[in-house]
Ligand binder design. Sequence first.
Ligand code: TNX
Length: 536
Amino acid sequence: MNLFKRLPLLLLTIAWAGISCTSSPENITPIREAAIIPQPGSVMEATGTFTLNRHTKLVVANEEPGTTGVVDYFMEYFSAATGINFPVAASPGSNTIVFELIADMGAEEYFLEIDEDQIRIFASQPAGLFYGIQTLRQLLPAEIEKGNSSSREWLLPMGKIRDKPEYPYRGMMLDVARHFFPVDDVKHVIDLLAKYKMNRLHLHLSDDQGWRIEIKSWPLLTTIGGSTEVGGGEGGFYTQEDYKEIVNYAESRFITIVPEIDMPGHTNSALASYGELNPGITVPEEGAVHVDREALGLSEPDPNATPLYTGIEVGFSTLDTEKDITYQFIDDVIREIAAITPGEYFHIGGDESHVIALEDYIPFIERAQETVAKYGKKSLGWDEIAHATLLPTTVAQYWAEAENAIMAIEQGAQVLISPAVKAYLDMQYDSTTHLGLHWAAYIELDDAYNWEPTELEEGIQKEDIFGVEAPLWTETITTRDEIEFMIFPRLPAIAEIAWTPNNLRSWDSFSSRIKEHGKRWEAMGVNYYQSPTVEW
Ligand code: TNX
């Protein structure tokens, strides 16, 4: 056969190969069966597909900073993932994705409509458009997460999704004090949270083992207090510029940073930096590290300063609640951090203050709360703060004692739900997990999923609940890879509890959807725990 005779066949083969890298409509998972996490409110199915390709245009119905920011995010993510540079068009035509702000939808609600010719995302606020994009992303195959696909077509199933969150606060906490994590790791965590429509990242910025944020009026906090971590590593801290960078990055993904300075306990790193704050506490011998002030370029000795601490015991430290200097200190710290925090909340810690009497603890917490209010913020604190008189705007984070949570509610405060036995991401999955602790429980994926905030305690009702947060304490966690292993797959379980109403949640459905996310994490190069409760 000569080449001329073979040419049509060759062309056909090439064309067919071209088509075959597009998923054929029969292979498209219908929208009702798509593995969307968190499970959306309502999903209506239609027959057919929308084709995302080089000709797809974006239309922003209302140009304003919020919507253009969302579209920039869309382009940044989808262009990297698909290799397509989507042009922006002035008005909707065929093969367009339209972003439109309309009145009368909930703050974070979105409505996504996919038909053959157009995709439309409606919301009242840019956050809703952003969540619509996250859903769209999960309607595409896992391969899209590889982020390096050459130009091909992507098919999306037709249908409609109307969706909104159950709770306004859906968060994770990252402890950057026990082990320090650089800015890039924090940004990575922010991206992972955004996929699951979470909207708060609480940063535990100080603890016995480390002080992680620059305070210009008390510079030794980072010079000394930031110089180590659990196990004796070199620690680290965020400059205020670093912190602003984190805040802005989070904001572009509709995530608010909640800074925490834990007080009056969990403060050894401050006491090691400034002896005048130390009432004379005893630091556990094992893990106590002498501060070599000379090596740090400090000529003056500080006989009252404590040693640094690199162990993992809790509850041994406290600020001196009787000295004026302590209140000057907390005023300066709260003032400087509040000034670079656009979010409404400042977390004052307040947990495990085992070495001071309740009669000293209570007025201290009340003063800290007033200082937070003075700098224009509302207070969050671990559930123990309910012993003090709370401002009605203060939120108590229920982690250990239901009694405390109920005491807060009786004062008219709301609670943030983070029960250690269900929501702690640092708990081991089971007794063989090589990372994590188990003082509260072993938390397998089904344990992390199968609970409901309003059913924990009789005294905690829906209207008392501000939201749900999953904390990751990092006594045993030292790398990005380890963070991923502890949060996946449990974080999406908590995200679904916070977003999806109880009557739309089921373990059977979640466990089959989560395995599709395993494929996405593999495509992204993200580590996760292959829980035996799921058939991966
Ligand atoms: C208890 S939870 C703590 C933390 C520890 C954590 C370890 C809370 C408010 N306090 O200091 O890191 O347990 O799981």
